[in-house]
Design a protein around this ligand. Structure first.
Ligand code: PLP
Length: 450
């Protein structure tokens, strides 16, 4: 695409008219935005011609990588054939039927139904309404409370931001809404000092049981968690955590929900993150990797028992104008098919994922102010710490992280700071040579940082 304006003009127009998400507008207006103009594979280019390695796959979403030629072709064809129709009121269309069929194939056994949304936040809000509807239909309408986790992230809608445990989000707008409570996150490094991972995993799961007993099992509808907390800083729970949470949910007749918006569609080397941790949720929410960000679309997967219960309740009074949008559905179908048929998810499991994890640990463990070097598949992190020996974090949580992130940025590498956790989740098509390149740049930056 030919761009007519200069970077300065774009910056001026952006400052004049564009309110950005999660951005301090005042500081942005001083510096101006970085204009990203095009992308290919794992690389972005800005309007000043700088090449940037995208170690975050956009916002953890461009799983298939940038610049695919087939996906726009599919979108064009679908737009010409049927640009829009809805899926309300007993109508459907081929694109959404094909996608649903394919998703049932890649989903674990017993998940034959999906409900479509436009984003992760809408998937989470849809799930909240589904969970409450499920218990209504079951004749237990008092089971309404959802348990989330501190430092979990479930989106920006009122439901999603409430269920998430980001206190800086709760502070704006009187959240959480009633009927949502939180338990502490399974962050071993901070909350399990001196304990083995297995012991800590069980302890963290017991916090879920404590909360169920505090609220009353007859009032709790669901426990919701990301298999790995993404935006919270890639917090990977110990192996004992999820199976124990699952056992507790079954014991008290509580639905178990996995928010797979980041972990889904291959990020951990499995199709879905819960498969990595050996548990089976009743419902899981997705978006991002479903279309690799080429179109906005999300999907809520429900197991066959939940689907049958919702169906038994008659109308589910919920949906979006663009639920199952034909163009988004067609693009998601082509994306998921490519992730499967081109062996992209399999490569993360067998090849690039293990390679990244080995290289990541070798590269960063030696730094004085880096600890808890961790990851699985192609999602990884380390934490910046004041003192490694005593496992002491820096005082002003997040400030050092931003400094570090800015150094990466200056050197043409996008990694994110979630507090003082430095995280990375590149496109799943990254090659081993490109992993070496990402790590070499990051190491150079860490040498400057230290
Ligand atoms: N759930 C999780 C686990 C997420 O990581 C995100 C976004 O990062 C969301 C929900 C919200 O998704 P969206 O930004 O598409 O609304």
């Amino acid at each position: 695409m030919k761009h007519q304006r200069s970077t300065a003009q774009w910056r001026e127009m952006d400052a004049a008219h564009h309110l950005h998400p999660f951005t301090d507008t005042a500081s942005l207006n001083e510096q101006g935005v970085r204009m990203i103009t095009h992308a290919d594979g794992i690389y972005l280019w800005d309007s000043e011609g700088n090449k940037i390695l995208d170690g975050m796959a956009g916002l953890w979403c461009v799983n298939i990588g940038y610049g695919r030629k087939d996906l726009p072709e599919v979108a064009k064809r679908q737009m010409e054939e049927l640009a829009y129709y809805n899926t309300f009121f007993k109508t459907s269309h081929p694109a959404v039927v094909e996608l649903s069929h394919l998703l049932a194939e890649v989903a674990p056994k017993g998940f034959d139904h999906v409900f479509y949304t436009n984003s992760g936040s809408e998937s989470v809000d849809t799930m909240i309404r589904m969970v409450r509807r499920y218990w209504d239909v079951k004749g237990k309408p008092e089971k309404k409370t959802l348990i989330g986790r501190w430092n979990g992230y479930h989106g920006s809608t009122i439901g999603g931001a409430s269920l998430g445990g980001m206190s800086y989000m709760h502070e704006q707008g009187d959240l959480p809404i009633p009927g949502i409570v939180h338990v502490q996150q399974p962050w071993h490094y901070k909350y399990g000092k001196g304990m083995s991972a297995d012991e800590f995993g069980k302890l963290a799961a017991s916090w879920v049981e404590d909360k169920i007993l505090e609220v009353g099992a007859d009032k709790v509808a669901a426990f919701v968690g990301e298999p790995i907390q993404g935006a919270g800083g890639v917090i990977i729970p110990p192996a004992t955590y999820w199976p124990e949470v699952e056992r507790i949910c079954r014991k008290y007749d509580i639905l178990l929900v996995a928010d797979e918006v980041i972990c889904g569609f291959g990020r951990t080397g499995h199709w879905f993150g819960h498969q990595q941790f050996g548990f089976t949720p009743d419902i899981f929410t997705t978006a991002k990797g479903l279309s690799s960000g080429y179109m906005p679309i999300g999907a809520v997967f429900v197991n066959n028992e939940v689907a049958a219960t919702l169906a038994a309740g008659g109308d589910f009074n919920h949906g979006f104008t663009y639920s199952g949008h034909p163009v988004a559905a067609a693009v998601a179908h082509a994306n998921v098919k490519a992730l499967r048929d081109e062996g992209i998810v399999a490569a993360v499991h067998e090849d690039t994922g293990p390679y990244m994890q080995k290289r990541w640990r070798e590269a960063f463990s030696r730094f004085e102010h880096v600890d808890d070097v961790r990851g699985v598949g192609l999602i990884q992190a380390f934490t910046l710490v004041k003192d490694k020996a005593s496992q002491t974090l820096f005082d002003n949580w997040g400030e050092i992280g931003l400094m570090c992130r800015d150094i990466f940025f200056k050197h043409g590498l996008i990694m994110r700071a979630c507090g003082d956790h430095i995280v990375s989740a590149p496109p799943l098509i990254i090659s081993k040579d490109q992993i070496d390149e990402l790590i070499a740049t990051a190491v150079k930056c860490m040498e400057i940082f230290e």
